[in-house]
Every structure is written in C-alpha cells, then in structure tokens.
Design a protein around this ligand. Structure first.
Ligand SMILES: *Cc1c(COP(=O)(O)O)cnc(C)c1O
Length: 384
C-alpha cells in the first residue's frame, strides 16, 4: 500500500449519525449525503455504515454515484440532489434513483424513460426554490407541477424539498432569511395539498439546520458534513454549547503518510521549487510522499501547515510539490525513517489539526478539504 493513505474511521461516522438521531423528533427520517464519494470518504462503505447506524435515505449528486451504491448492494431509497443529463434518465429509473424535478421538460423525460422501461410507479421529489437560487420551481408553481407529475401516470410524488442558503450563519439577518425560506416552503406544500395531492415526505434541513433549527425538521432531514465529523460553519461546537445543545462530532477521516527519507540540511541550503525557504541553522528535513495531486494543496504550506511526527509539530518547508513535500524535523531530530506523519484528523489519531482547522487556516470549508483528497490516496476503512 502507498505510504500516503486516508484512514476512514467508520465507528466515528456511526457515532456522529447516532448523535444526529438524538437531535431528531421521533418519526423524522434521516437522509445522509453520500455525494462526491461521501465527501471524499468512500461512498460504498460509508453508505453501509450510515444505514447500520440508522439512516433511512441516502443522497447522491450524480446517477453514477447512485449506481455505485446499488452495485454495492444498497437497497435504501436514494435521492439524486443534482441534475442529470437526458441520456442518464433511463439509468436513474432502472436503478431506482429518485431525482429532484421541477419543470415539465425534465418531468416529461423521466416519464418517457418509465414508459420505455415499463416502470409504473417511479418516485420523484419536487424541488422548490425558496431562496437558494439553484434548482426548483417557484413556491406558487408547486401545485401545478405536482399535478403535472401525477398526470404522467408513471411518476409518483414521493416528496417535496427545498434547500437553505444561509442556515449555517447565525446572524439575525441569516436566521430571518432561513425563516422566510421555510415559510415559502410551507406555501408550496399548501399549494400541493390544495390540488388534492399529497406532497409526500417534506424535507429542507441540511446539517446546520438540523443542529440549529429543530422546528424545520418536518418529515425528514438531509445532513451531510456533520455526519463526517465537522460542525456547519457558524453553528459551531461553542455556539451549540452556549445554546445548551451538545453533540460530540468526531472527524471520520485521518490523512496520514510516512517519513520516507531524512536528510541533514545545512544552514544556508534551500528547499523545493523556487528556493523560497532557506535553512537558518543546520536541521533535518523529512520527505513526505504527499503533494497537491493528493489534495495537499500548495496554499496549505503558505498558510503555515505543520504535520505531526510522534506528536511533534513539524512545519512544511518550501513549496508543496505535486507528489512530495518536505518537513522540518528540527536540529535534534528524534524521528526515524518510516515513522508516521499525520497531516490532519481526529485529535485521537495524533493529528495536530482537523480538516476543519486546515479549512479555516486556508479560507475555505472542510467539505473542500476532504473532497479534495484525490482518488490515488487509498481509503483504509477502520471498523474497530
Ligand atoms: C449537499 C446537500 C445537503 C447536505 O449539506 P450539508 O451542508 O453537508 O449538511 C443537503 N441537501 C442538498 C440539496 C445538498 O445538495
């Protein structure tokens, strides 16, 4: 196995999901996001673990992601959160992957696939745009679109959904924007009922809303990032503690590598492309075979990334290369060749920082850090 690997602590995933369950009213269903290969963690194994921990639904962003889960033996309902192309609708129907729909053209294409394949009751969810500005019909059109779905004779309205744009922000303005979105969503649901139709399972809450807005749970919630062990931006651990609702989230991914070489570096020698770092004293430099092609981006070094070797903080020196980076083991180096270097993870894994810490350091969100860990980094699933 490669020296650089992502350990995926499935027990942490399960513990996070059980913790989320504790925030839900009895009877509220739980749909866990598996899109983007489970936020970079490996979809098939995470999906299995999520279902074992009590998830009812899973969600994906592409038809291929849904097919991967079906081929891994997953039988739970799967929602397709993003749009697919016309040549993918047959597969979505065949594999029972329920799309978000909201206009007549797209609905017509799914109905056509159902007729071709001979499916008489394909479940779709109606997406309503209440303020995200991404996908969905206008709230006042929801009744008409629901009628259109029912009118196909082959599609059934399994659910109605909207998505919050600002729920991870705790300012007054943000909270009233989210409330406005929720009220528009209620208007849409009422419009569907006014047509004499059932809206099916109604759902709108992402991670931030699950933790911060229990009043928006409805029939189902759709968290993602909190299942993988990170708080949703301003809905932070501290904020929740102050509100009196605690949840202990455990980062699921640990990115680690190996010190593959240790060489003495003399005062005045420089390290890596551009010779941007020069030793001010004699020291020992370790080489870690991980670089930006693995998702350890160049900006991590310019933000001051250090990695942990036997609990010691070792700063990255010079620029991060495509496949390698150099760390400073110090003048009194005690590290040995082939020792483990932990880049990020749960503090219990010996890491100095989590993916969320790196995100804050580099001006992004933890989603981008874990999704960025590329395919060539093997995922090692830890169940113990
Ligand atoms: C990704 C996604 C979610 C989950 O978002 P988190 O912020 O990770 O909780 C929920 N709903 C939709 C429509 C999404 O695209």
């Amino acid at each position: 196995m490669r020296a650089t690997r992502a350990l995926i602590h499935l027990n942490n995933l399960k513990s996070n999901i059980r913790g989320i369950r504790g925030f839900l009213q009895p009877g509220t269903k739980l749909c866990v996001a598996m899109k983007a290969d489970a936020y970079g963690h490996g979809a098939a194994r995470c999906a299995q673990a999520a279902l074992e921990a009590g998830a009812d639904f899973l969600s994906v962003a592409t038809v291929e992601e849904g097919i991967e889960l079906r081929n891994a033996g997953i039988h739970s309902p799967i929602l397709l959160l993003s749009l697919c192309s016309p040549d993918e609708t047959d597969s979505a129907v065949r594999y029972g992957i329920s799309p978000f729909v909201f206009d007549s053209e797209y609905i017509g294409r799914f109905a056509e696939s159902c007729r071709k394949i001979g499916t008489a009751d394909f479940c779709v969810h109606l997406a309503v745009d209440t303020g995200m500005g991404r996908i969905g019909c206008r709230p006042e059109e929801a009744g008409k679109i629901a009628r259109l779905i029912a009118g196909t004779g082959v599609l059934s309205l399994g659910g109605t959904a909207t998505h919050f744009a600002l729920s991870d922000s705790i300012s007054q303005e943000a909270e009233s924007y989210t409330r406005m979105q929720f009220e528009r969503f209620q208007t849409a649901i009422a419009a569907i009922r006014a047509e004499g139709l059932s809206p099916g399972i109604c759902h709108c809450s992402n991670s931030a809303a699950v933790l911060n807005n229990p009043e928006y749970q409805l029939d189902m919630v759709r968290p993602g990032i909190i299942a993988y062990g990170y708080y949703a931006d301003e809905v932070s651990r501290e904020y929740l503690e102050a509100k009196g609702c605690q949840i202990e989230l455990k980062p699921v991914m640990t990115l680690e590598s190996t010190v593959c070489s240790i060489r003495k570096c003399l005062k005045g020698q420089s390290i890596s492309y551009g010779c941007t770092w020069t030793a001010g004293q004699d020291t020992y430099i370790g080489v870690i075979p991980a670089g930006y092609a693995d998702g350890v981006f160049r900006r991590f070094a310019s933000s001051g990334l250090s990695v942990a070797v036997n609990g010691k903080s070792c700063p990255v020196r010079g620029k991060i290369c495509m496949d390698q980076m150099m760390i400073d083991l110090g003048p009194d180096c005690t590290a040995k060749r082939w020792d483990t270097a932990v880049i990020f993870g749960d503090s219990r894994s010996g890491a100095l920082q989590t993916a969320d810490d790196i995100a804050r350091m580099t001006g992004t969100i933890p989603y981008e850090i874990t999704c960025g860990i590329s395919k060539r980094v093997p995922r090692v699933f830890i169940t113990g």
